[in-house]
Design a binder for this molecule. Structure first.
Ligand SMILES: [Zn+2]
Ligand SMILES: [Zn+2]
Length: 282
């Protein structure tokens, strides 16, 4: 496959809620959410959980230590932004990283710039001010439903997810194929979420919030997350080819994840938990 047609997804962080590194999570990973999507010569990043630190390190060592990319946030809960101050390419003024969020545009009190600049990277929460990364990045708040065209035929569709404080799902289209990223989101009791189905329709790859099992879910109803059993329902409704269970709950160690992997594979072929560090070439 030539570089100009390469369409690849890499999981830099698969965990939800809080990082949980340690001997019990080495197989599926302990870092929180971060995706790198390569579309030919362009790069799309989704979320800046703690997994983004290692991506930054790779860019600094293996590449020319600057980055040209679009970084879309699903939302700004801590597990999706806390790696941003540790993303080394942002401290190189030659980088050009466009940060986008779609869950805040109808909120009068908050915007992305304010959340990064006055909450995350602001003393006494963090000693390095956001002004040190702002030569390398820009902020934009879009309205969910917006369609981004990034050139080279790359189209990013956005859709509303069901999550406290709001969240956006993404559908990345390139070379006639699609990757759907649907985290963090909670399913409905009485129907399959039409927004999620629209994002995932006939996608080669869907990543779906599977923080819980159906047995655990009643304890966490209303927390904004879903189950691996619901992932299968969405995959069937949308005709998805490969489904990755994602936003692993911190209480799910490798043994538990292996058990979920086995049960999910038995129920539907092509469904399995996402593994930190794994690359999927479409
Ligand atoms: Zn989360
Ligand atoms: Zn969240």
């Amino acid at each position: 496959m030539s570089e100009s047609t390469l369409f690849k997804l890499k999981f830099w962080g698969t965990r939800g809620s809080i990082p949980c590194p340690g001997p019990d999570t080495v197989k599926y990973g302990g870092n929180t959410t971060c995706f790198e999507i390569t579309c030919g010569s362009k790069r799309v990043l989704i979320d800046a959980g703690t997994g983004i630190r290692m991506l930054g390190k790779k860019i600094m060592i293996e590449e020319e230590n600057f980055l040209d990319a679009d970084l879309f946030f699903t939302h700004t809960h801590m597990d999706h932004i806390q790696g941003l101050p540790f993303f080394a390419p942002l401290y190189n003024p030659s980088s050009d990283v466009r940060l986008h969020a779609g869950h805040l545009s109808t909120n009068d009190d908050y915007d992305l710039s304010g959340i990064i600049g006055t909450m995350l990277m602001k003393d006494p929460v963090f000693p390095v001010p956001s002004s040190l990364i702002e030569k390398a990045c820009s902020y934009s708040d879009y309205f969910v439903g917006h369609v981004f065209e990034l050139g080279d035929g790359i189209v990013i569709r956005t859709g509303k997810l069901n999550h406290p404080n709001g969240a956006c799902g993404y559908r990345i289209e390139f070379q006639g194929k699609a990757i759907a990223i649907c985290t963090d989101t909670e399913h409905y009791d009485d129907r399959i979420d039409e927004n999620v189905v629209a994002l995932a329709k006939d996608a080669e790859v869907m990543v779906y919030d599977s923080a819980y099992t159906d047995e655990e879910y009643p304890k966490f109803k209303g927390w904004g997350h879903s189950t691996w059993q619901e992932a299968i329902k969405v995959a069937e409704a949308a005709g998805v080819k490969q489904t990755f269970l994602f936003h692993h709950d911190p209480s799910h160690n490798d043994e538990k994840m292996d058990q979920i992997a086995q049960e999910a594979a038995k129920k539907k072929k092509g469904v399995r938990p996402a593994v930190e560090g794994e690359e999927i070439i479409l």
